[in-house]
Design a protein around this ligand. Structure first.
Ligand code: NAP
Length: 248
């Protein structure tokens, strides 16, 4: 694949899984747009970074993506992939004890922005081969006490992906969706989670044990598996999978 054929937009490229995926894409000579609050201290001709806080609801998606205009207009991308990876597990706590604003901010980051970016992608690239990876979680299927907002956002993202796949059958657009559960990752999100109080997250001890016993997944391994999937020329319309399930 030549560098100007595949454009990959990664949200949350500054840390954890997103950072690992960024490195893999750049090694593969793929052009990457990374969007997060922090910049990565890396100068690379194939990397463009946008700094934005997804929890702020004051601006529209077109305004947010304005710095991309020269890239989008200048190059003829054959494939454009959006990886909706940015996310937060906060606020952790039982419903009834949460700060109302943090509920809205979290849903905006984890659910509204990925849906808005997907909407933008489909509108902006009607002729290209499109791929959207939604970084999901077991929390999309299973209720965890203390993760009311996180579970809700991941379940919503999963359903949005299923709807988009169904719509693509109708519209005939060249879109594939990957709902990917990356495993329990050794990233700052897990560091943060292990600091939760048991009253706000009753299962916290299980996650502490996974860390203690060395069972966390290295973000690079998970990102590698995801990237292999996204580079599959015969990717079906909708794939839902989790780290390790495909035998890697
Ligand atoms: N860690 C796990 O065990 C685990 C398990 C299942 C699923 N996941 C999912 O995997 C994805 C990546 O998680 P991770 O473990 O790699 O977490 P991480 O290391 O904490 O990274 C999260 C990324 O999201 C970005 N982000 C968070 N809030 C943002 C905001 N308001 N605006 C813009 N960017 C924001 C962060 O960038 P800035 O801080 O620079 O903004 C960072 O790059 C998430 O969707 C998470 O839900 C993680």
């Amino acid at each position: 694949m030549k560098s100007n054929e595949h454009l990959v937009i990664i949200t949350g490229h500054s840390s954890g899984l997103g950072r690992a995926l960024l490195d893999i894409c750049l090694q593969d000579k793929t052009y990457v747009v990374g969007i997060a609050r922090r910049r990565v201290e890396l100068q690379h001709p194939h990397l463009k970074q946008i700094q934005v806080d997804f929890s702020i609801m004051d601006y529209g998606i077109d305004q947010l993506l304005q710095p991309l205009a020269p890239i989008l207009d200048a190059a003829a991308w054959q494939t454009v992939t959006l990886v909706n990876n940015a996310g937060t597990v906060q606020p952790v706590g039982l419903v009834g004890q949460l700060d109302a604003r943090s509920i809205a901010a979290s849903l905006h980051t984890n659910l509204t922005i990925p849906l808005q970016l997907s909407n933008w992608l489909l509108r902006r690239f009607p002729q290209q081969k499109l791929r959207i990876a939604q970084i999901s979680s077991g929390a999309a299927h299973k209720p965890y006490a203390g993760w009311g907002v996180y579970c809700t956002s991941k379940a919503g993202l999963r359903m949005a992906s299923q709807v988009m796949a169904t719509e693509a059958e109708v519209s005939g657009c060249d879109l594939s969706l990957v709902i990917y559960e990356p495993g329990v990752l050794d990233t700052p999100m897990q560091d943060e989670l292990r600091k939760s109080r048991v009253e706000e997250f009753p299962q916290v001890e299980r996650f502490r044990q996974l860390h203690k016993s060395g069972q966390l997944v290295a973000p690079r391994d998970s990102a590698q598996e995801l990237w292999q999937l996204l580079c599959d020329k015969d990717l079906p319309r909708l794939v839902e999978t989790r780290y390790g399930a495909r035998g890697s």
